[in-house]
Ligand binder design. Structure first.
Ligand SMILES: NC(=O)c1ccc[n+]([C@@H]2O[C@H](COP(=O)([O-])OP(=O)(O)OC[C@H]3O[C@@H](n4cnc5c(N)ncnc54)[C@H](O)[C@@H]3O)[C@@H](O)[C@H]2O)c1
Ligand SMILES: [Zn+2]
Ligand SMILES: [Zn+2]
Length: 385
């Protein structure tokens, strides 16, 4: 089958002869992919920043597909169902899943102490192959996949597997109170949805900071928020203070993660040498821009290796930090309702629709932020709808 093949940092290709996945456990399903996306998290893999990303692995944790085959114990799915598959692989019954911490499932990635299993996200996240392929094996098929309602556009469905829940959860974790000022670092798909969702929690003011004008222009229109290009600011932290009567924002959201730009030393230590698990520039800015007693919500991804953070400011300002991988299954019921009612319009952030065969070019475009790229959907040749 067609599948993405990782060969090393910045080197990926499409293979035509990857063996078809097989049922390995009675609760597995095999899904024929109808759509998959490229996530900002895939860029951390592509750039070689995630440990134990093995040559030959297939990325892709945002996908929809048609159930092709089910294992003998699968009860909720049958051949022919069109499903969206959350990026978290979760058993549904361990103590973490019972708390709805589906991103922290202990069974799907038992050798790790932090994250649970994730499709196509290196052996640190369980070593599962992902959905940038024609077919994919979906473990715990009775737990994660959701049958796509008839009324839902498949392009909305594929964005419910990651981007929409992650952006929503970043606002939720911010504990936004009515009238709060929220500053969001990052105007990628996650920051864009974080901005949109901040209003749902009652924000009074939403400001998004990035370095790309085309993304800032997009989020300004999509989420009706204020925007600032940090390349044009002397210091984003000084800006944050000046624009909030010197106090700082009530809530700051890090929607950037380990590849943050804006500080040469961080870039050197976190991305070039690297001596820590990524550049923490956006995290520093978020911690230093929030008011005393405020909340910093972190959904930007950082690797398992330690990174420096300004802990003195966290303690002395009394900041609460909330962070996690999004718990997609927990959020789906309310997000499906928001899509049905028109409160959220996920597919509007899609800028590119490309055949799966063009995946190497699609990664290059997204990585280098070419052609005003925000979100790319890959369509396998056999996609039925
Ligand atoms: N926690 C989760 O469940 C989860 C899920 C999906 C994505 N993520 C993570 O969220 C982050 C964003 O994902 P995305 O798809 O939007 O990625 P993206 O690469 O499209 O966007 C990141 C944006 O951050 C901007 N940026 C870089 N440095 C910055 C800085 N110092 N201040 C402000 N903006 C800066 C970049 O210009 C870019 O526009 C990534 O780290 C990704 O891994 C987390
Ligand atoms: Zn993702
Ligand atoms: Zn579990």
């Amino acid at each position: 089958m067609l599948a993405m093949n990782y060969r090393g940092p910045f080197r990926i290709r499409i293979d035509h002869d990857k063996p078809y996945p097989e049922i390995k456990h009675p609760n597995d399903a095999i899904v024929r992919v109808t759509r998959s996306c490229i996530c900002g998290s895939d860029l951390h893999l592509y750039h070689g920043l995630v440990p134990d990303t093995r040559v030959g692995s297939t990325f892709g944790h945002e996908f929809t597909g048609i159930v092709e085959e089910v294992g003998s114990s699968v009860e909720k799915l049958k051949t022919g169902d069109h499903v969206l598959v959350p990026f978290n692989i979760a058993c549904g019954v361990c103590s973490f899943c019972r708390q709805e911490l589906y991103g922290n499932c202990h069974e799907s990635n038992p050798e790790a102490t932090a994250v649970g299993g994730i499709f196509g996200y290196s052996h640190t996240a369980g070593g599962y192959d992902g959905g940038q392929a024609e077919y994919v094996r979906v473990p715990y098929a009775d737990v994660g996949p959701m049958i796509i309602p008839d009324w839902m556009d498949p392009e909305d469905a594929v964005l419910l597997t990651d981007v929409i829940p992650t952006g929503y959860q970043s606002a939720e974790m911010g504990g936004i109170q009515p009238g709060d000022t929220v500053i969001i670092f990052g105007a990628g798909p996650i920051g864009i949805i974080a901005a949109k969702c901040s209003w749902l929690f009652g924000a009074g003011r939403v400001v998004v900071i990035d370095q790309y004008d085309y993304r800032l222009e997009f989020v300004k229109n999509y989420a009706q928020c204020e925007v600032r290009n940090f390349r044009e600011l002397r210091d984003p932290v000084v800006f944050a203070k000046q624009t909030t009567d010197s106090l700082g924002a009530d809530v700051c959201i890090d929607a950037v993660g380990c590849e943050a730009a804006g500080n040469a030393v961080e870039t050197l230590l976190g991305r070039k040498i690297p001596m820590q698990g990524g550049s923490t520039t956006a995290l520093h800015w978020a911690i230093n821009s929030v008011k005393k007693g405020g909340i910093v919500s972190v959904v930007g991804v950082y690797g398992p290796i330690d990174s420096l953070a300004p802990v003195g400011n966290i303690v002395n300002k009394g900041i609460t930090i909330r962070a996690n991988q999004a718990s997609v299954k927990r959020l789906l019921p309310r997000l499906v309702e928001h899509v049905r009612s028109g409160v959220l319009n996920p597919k509007e952030i899609i800028t590119h629709r490309l055949p799966l065969e063009e995946l190497p070019e699609a990664y290059h475009m997204f990585s280098s932020k070419l052609d005003n790229c925000i979100k790319t959907v890959l369509i396998p040749p056999k996609a039925a709808s």
